[in-house]
Design a protein around this ligand. Structure first.
Ligand SMILES: Cc1cc2nc3c(=O)[nH]c(=O)nc-3n(C[C@H](O)[C@H](O)[C@H](O)COP(=O)(O)OP(=O)(O)OC[C@H]3O[C@@H](n4cnc5c(N)ncnc54)[C@H](O)[C@@H]3O)c2cc1C
Length: 397
């Protein structure tokens, strides 16, 4: 692997870091208190400033207004943006839109690109991805039961989904539904674009997560699709290709998430060290003089460094050898970085004492919202089992 960072990326990362520090982080407290919807004017102004500075949508191809960065380069960007819970949104790199843009760009028809991809890539609308169901195991999505049946030129969709992130206020959903019940398990499902104002698209509730239902972009919805009728021309790719297309968004998506988590680790680490270096514990000694706190700091530093290098290596492998060749590395970083994230945020909170669980720092937000890292994009256990199976296969006589 080539560890060198090009001059172009060094300059870009410095500009982004500066923007996050001087423009994004100061807006954080207000947006978190008032919510994304009420903060639309602030967020739009920040997005306009990012566009003017030529830093919009770093991960998108240039033909749809992005910066055309490689997976490795966007990984580095994702760490910088991850320093704020608003970073990815302000730079037009937020999930689930980023993944939806990726698959619309690759598999969408010209009409779908014009109606959905163009405004989404420009940040004029939002979208969501509706696959997981409350009554079937999300970690084995081949079990999903939401049905899309053909009726004339249409599909009629019936089923219940939940944890459809950012559905509240989204213009359309990409729904994973069973169109070919008798096909083999990986060929049963299809992705279908459903505008959220279609009759039968019923957003039942924003699900409370750790006590907060959230709203707008920062929410996860339960949706009942009830005789929800859309034209067959809203199908993304061929019938039965739902899982194959879903794979496309997961490889780069996991790199982006992992590097975002490293950005969170770095911010938490900075907070932890500042607090340790300044908190007076009496006798002229700071908290940072305590041996146990020093051990936490050293351990956190080593783990964040190891996590970053592992993710960049996986990203480099995707760029050079493709997603398929990098599957093992992607699974390894998914659970390893999630674990490092949990530990670093927890230690940073502990160093802050009671203040750590207040909203006076960003740590409590991270603690409640990022616990999900071990569950989405494949629960950690699934990745561990898959990686170990592959490794053991190599030892078979
Ligand atoms: C914050 C958040 C955002 C999300 N956003 C979206 C979204 O936008 N769209 C969407 O469609 N879905 C979304 N999801 C859903 C997510 O993809 C699923 O929660 C995930 O796939 C796990 O499915 P499940 O919750 O049904 O858990 P289950 O499949 O019931 O698994 C429960 C637990 O069992 C264990 N387990 C599972 N499989 C194995 C195994 N093979 N071996 C050992 N242990 C195992 C794991 O510990 C797992 O956590 C989101 C989830 C969260 C938490």
């Amino acid at each position: 692997m080539d560890f060198a960072i090009s001059d172009k990326m060094t300059e870009l990362l410095a500009r982004m870091r500066e923007f996050v520090a001087t423009d994004v982080i100061p807006a954080e407290a207000d947006v978190m208190t008032n919510g994304f919807t009420k903060s639309d004017a602030t967020l739009t102004a920040l997005r306009d400033k990012v566009k003017e500075a030529g830093m919009w949508a770093p991960q998108l191809p240039t033909d749809i207004g992005g910066m055309g960065l490689s997976v490795l380069e966007h990984g580095m960007v994702s760490e910088v943006l991850g320093r704020s819970p608003l970073g990815h949104y302000v730079f037009g790199a937020q999930a689930p839109d980023a993944g939806n843009i990726e698959i619309l760009h690759k598999f969408g028809t010209d009409e779908q690109k014009e109606a959905y991809l163009a405004p989404l890539a420009a940040g004029q609308i939002r979208s969501c991805f509706s696959m997981t169901e409350p009554h079937t195991a999300g970690s084995n999505p081949t079990l999903l039961s939401c049905l899309a049946e053909k009726d004339g030129d249409d599909y009629v969709i019936n089923g219940r989904k939940w944890f459809t992130s950012a559905a509240d206020g989204a213009k359309f959903a990409i729904v994973m539904a069973v169109t070919n019940p008798d096909a083999d398990r990986h060929g049963r499902a299809t992705q279908i674009i459903v505008p959220t104002d279609t009759p039968g698209f019923n957003l039942v509730r924003n699900i409370p997560v750790m006590g907060h239902a959230g709203e707008g972009y920062a929410s996860h919805a339960e949706i009942v699709y009830e005789n929800c009728r859309v034209p067959q021309s809203n199908r993304l790719g061929g019938e039965g290709t739902g899982f194959a297309i879903a794979q496309e968004r997961l490889g780069p998506g996991r790199i982006h998430h992992c590097m975002r988590w490293i950005g969170i680790c770095e911010r938490s680490f900075d907070l932890m060290c500042s607090r340790a270096a300044s908190r007076d514990m009496g006798g002229g000694k700071t908290l940072g003089t305590k041996q146990i706190v020093r051990a936490w700091i050293a351990e956190a530093r080593a783990k964040i460094n190891a996590a970053r290098l592992s993710v960049l290596h996986a990203a480099w492998k995707i760029d050079n050898e493709g997603f398929y060749a990098a599957r093992e590395e992607i699974s390894l970083i998914k659970f390893y970085v999630a674990d490092v994230l949990m530990e670093v945020v927890d230690r940073a909170i502990q160093v802050h004492g009671a203040m750590g669980i207040t909203s006076d720092t960003v740590l409590a937000y991270y603690y409640s919202h990022e616990r999900a890292a071990r569950i989405y994009d494949g629960p950690d256990e699934v990745h561990k089992v898959v990686v170990a199976r592959r490794i053991l296969d190599r030892y078979k006589e």
